[in-house]
Design a protein around this ligand. Structure first.
Ligand code: PLP
Length: 421
């Protein structure tokens, strides 16, 4: 190993940059091709009918998804955002309500809340980079209707404490599992803890059909409401009692998408097993140098349930994080920073400018029109989140890397952290 950092002209620890991080996307092979061809040849492209009889792929996918999550109901939709909107409609969130979301999540978590006419209230994350229950409690107001834990970068939020809090204040819980498909908390699938769980199948998620989403729940009423909202005639189609039927829109999942997602779902466990093994190697291999250099790892509320798509560690300051990330990148290690004030990133609430500026599609329908909703989206609202993200270094755990390539990554990490001033 060259002792000189690559950023100073030494030989990079890894001979080339890793392949792009698309765990499910990169695993697409003849199985997905066959599933798509089968669907095309059957000319059955729409969930509810086609020229030939046969069971819908979407219905099969919902059954598989629900069984794996251990819940009775699953509903396929067109995206993770659509899943969140249907989930929020399912639990009855609407105008006048507030939903507490983490200050670190993809903007869609908050825009889904706005889409149903409610106000997103941001709360701090803890060192796991998921909702901090103690801070959530401070943000509860008489208007709070629900809490949205987001299992960010593959790792479970503190569901036991959050559920106890929700129970104490009579709040609903909607889990955003977009980034943690297949993860668990205390042995139960993520998404199956709250009133409703919402998944994304968009291309850079753990498994993918390019786009797509899934809503899961234990509750028949929530499922029925989601069904009616996701399909303009969902109520009639499913023979719900006519006086109960509500109007809906159209977030119906296409059959071709379900054909791909079904195959991907079957690959999920194997992908997770590989990433968990790699992450263990990386974390174990880094433990000694991390301890020596005062580097701490992201805390995990349940290490066994972590999907292991990422290894995140904290250095002492944002300034050091900038130098460490640049030095690691020069070693061909895909290190990313999670927050830089001047780099727009819609995963961090202060960058959600359409929301922080309270822009609306129609002035009469602004969820913020009520003066009682004095929500703070300024940097002062969640300083701990910004501090944690600013000091964080994010490494992808890429299932395409061999053990030998992980060893090279470890050499690069050792080199950079040793040189870290
Ligand atoms: C945490 C989180 N929530 C929601 C979404 C929205 O999912 P989609 O892009 O499928 O609408 C994403 C991903 O894009 C996400 O990462």
């Amino acid at each position: 190993m060259s002792a000189t950092l690559a950023i100073h002209g030494g030989r990079p620890a890894c001979p080339q940059p890793p392949p792009p991080m698309y765990p499910g996307g990169n695993s697409i092979d003849a199985e997905e091709e066959a599933a798509v061809l089968e669907t095309l040849r059957a000319k059955r492209l729409f969930r509810y009918y086609g020229p030939n009889p046969g069971e819908s792929k979407v219905a099969q996918l919902e059954r598989d998804f629900a069984a794996r999550a251990g819940v009775p109901y699953a509903l396929g939709v067109t995206s993770g955002t659509a899943a969140l909107i249907c989930g929020l409609q399912g639990i009855g969130v609407g105008p006048g309500d507030e939903v507490i979301v983490p200050a670190y999540t993809w903007i869609a978590s908050a825009s889904a809340v706005l889409a149903v006419g409610a106000v997103p209230v941001v709360a701090e994350v803890d060192a796991s980079l998921t909702l901090d229950p103690a801070d959530v409690e401070k943000r509860i107001s008489p208007r709070t209707k629900a809490i949205m834990p987001v299992h960010m970068r593959g790792a479970p939020a503190d569901m036991e404490t959050l559920l106890a809090l929700a129970q104490r204040y009579h709040l609903k819980v909607i889990e955003d599992v977009a980034q943690a498909n297949g993860g668990a908390y205390q042995g139960r699938a993520l998404g199956a803890w709250g009133d409703v769980g919402c998944f994304s199948l968009q291309f850079n998620k753990i498994i993918t059909s390019g786009e797509g989403g899934m809503v899961i729940t234990h509750d028949e009423t929530i499922w029925k409401r989601a069904v009616m909202y996701h399909d303009v005639i969902g109520g009639r189609r499913n023979h719900f009692a006519s006086e109960e039927i509500l109007w809906g829109v159209n977030f119906r999942m296409p059959e071709l998408l379900a054909a791909v997602a079904q195959v991907q779902l079957r690959k999920r466990d194997q992908l997770l097993a590989r990433m968990r093994q790699q992450k263990q190697m990386l974390r174990g291999g880094m433990a000694e140098i991390a301890a020596r250099r005062g580097v701490t790892f992201r805390t995990l509320h349940d290490a066994a349930g972590d999907t292991a798509i990422a290894l995140i560690f904290y250095v002492e300051s944002a300034e050091v994080a900038g130098r460490v990330a640049a030095a690691l990148q020069a070693e061909n290690i895909d290190a990313a920073r999670l927050y830089e004030p001047d780099v727009i990133d819609y995963h961090v609430y202060v960058h959600w400018t359409p929301i922080t500026n309270r822009r609306t599609w129609h002035p009469a329908a602004s969820p913020w029109r009520d003066a009682r909703s004095e929500v703070d989206y300024s940097p002062a609202a969640c300083p701990r989140t910004l501090d944690l993200l600013g000091r964080a270094i994010h490494l992808d755990v890429n299932p395409l890397l061999s053990n030998q390539e992980i060893e090279l990554m470890l050499e690069g990490l050792e080199k950079v952290l040793t040189a870290m001033a």
